[in-house]
Design a protein around this ligand. Structure first.
Ligand SMILES: *Cc1c(COP(=O)(O)O)cnc(C)c1O
Length: 374
């Protein structure tokens, strides 16, 4: 797995801020305060300011953040929530964990995001919300989704785990619906050194509800042993918050660097038999994904690995085809676009110091090897 050009080396992602991160961590270790303290409050303020939302509530991870959003809106057993067929399974799991049922809608091939034109057909009288995922950093078509949500009186939520810093029509991801979740899992564009996540929203009642739910249903400002609901334990900790505050100072720069690398890929691979996800001005690049013929995909990855280039697939199995969701009875062929993407996508390295031209040259060479094998 240790390729000369690895898919991602987290030790290199910190850029010039490594010392800053270490100082932040030491500050927490020496503070004697480790859960729900000033570091968490500072980061929540900084992240809500960055996203342009009134509130940010830190959580233990992204999956919990999304589950708490749904619970705070009263979503649970007997309800349905529209989810993209093309996403990481966590989007679906958050819905299932509330007792509600995820109802998938297929993607558009060029955006890889949920296809707004297919949403209406999936709505029933049990539908309560739509979750949009900004796949690989490309904002979903939020205007079209909001129009549908308005018409059917649904909530619109964002799974913004890929989209730290993305902008859609002048507003940041995290500020494009009724509430949003971010994951700060270490590989995300803003990453912690462990699990971390948050909810952003402009709705004060929802913010309060999430605050209660993350901390045993009470606690904090509302009184340490005053439990108003049966909550959970999913808190952002001081260590992660301090690291995130330090790294947040680098986010725009690191997103700009990723954009430059993406443009290099787009240029170097133009005219070859690969397809790209839409670029869209306000997007960020969480992953740089190319599509190749499904019959070549795995062989090309193997060939690139033999050339010391690490790649990944995000994601090889769409949630409806996992064993976990076999119970929904949505077999192969249910969501042709999502299934096609799972068979054609390859994520190329886009990390801190990747030499894009070197990778692109190998991809081009690999494609002609695939061609000659036919
Ligand atoms: C990473 C991710 C999540 C889950 O976040 P965790 O912090 O790992 O719980 C959810 N949705 C998407 C699209 C993700 O990429």
């Amino acid at each position: 797995m240790a390729h000369l050009i690895p898919f991602l080396d987290l030790r290199r992602e910190d850029g010039g801020l490594a010392a800053e991160t270490a100082r932040a961590a030491l500050r927490v270790i020496q503070s004697g305060r480790y859960i729900l303290g000033p570091e968490v409050e500072d980061f929540e303020d900084a992240w809500s300011a960055y996203c342009g939302t009134r509130f940010c509530i830190g959580t233990g991870n992204g999956l919990d953040a999304l589950r708490l959003i749904l619970l705070a809106h009263g979503i649970g057993a007997g309800h349905e929530v529209i989810v993209p067929a093309n996403t990481y399974i966590a989007t679906w799991l958050a819905v299932s964990q509330t007792g509600a049922t995820p109802v998938p809608v297929d993607a558009k091939l060029d955006t890889q995001n949920i296809d707004p034109a297919r949403v209406e057909d999936a709505i029933t009288e049990r539908t309560k919300a739509i979750i949009a995922v900004h796949m690989y950093g490309l904002p979903a078509e939020m205007d079209a989704l909001a129009a549908i949500a308005d018409r059917f009186e649904l909530k619109l939520f964002e799974d913004a785990a890929h989209a730290h810093g993305a902008v859609y029509k002048g507003a940041r991801a995290g500020n494009l619906g009724n509430a949003a979740m971010f994951s700060f899992y270490p590989t995300k564009n803003l990453g912690a050194i462990g699990d971390a996540g948050c909810v952003t929203t402009n709705d004060e009642e929802i913010a309060q509800a999430v605050r209660r739910l993350r901390n045993y249903g009470g606690g904090g400002q509302v009184g340490k042993y005053d439990h108003q609901v049966q909550g959970y334990n999913s808190r952002l900790d001081e260590l992660q918050a301090a690291v995130l505050s330090a790294r947040l100072l680098l986010l725009d720069k690191s997103n700009a660097r990723r954009w430059a690398r993406a443009e290099d890929y787009l240029m170097s691979l133009a005219g070859f038999p690969v397809k790209f996800q839409e670029s869209g001005g306000g997007r960020v690049w969480h992953q740089f994904v190319i599509r190749v013929d499904a019959q070549d995909r795995d062989a090309l990855r193997d060939w690139l690995a033999s050339q010391e280039i690490g790649t990944e697939i995000h994601y090889p199995v769409p949630p409806h085809l996992t064993e976990a969701y076999a119970g929904l009875g949505l077999g192969s062929g249910s969501f042709p676009v999502a299934e096609r993407l799972a068979n054609e996508n390859i994520s190329l390295p886009i990390g801190y110091d990747v030499e894009v031209e070197a990778v692109a040259r190998k991809v081009v060479a690999g494609l002609s090897v695939m061609e000659s094998r036919r």
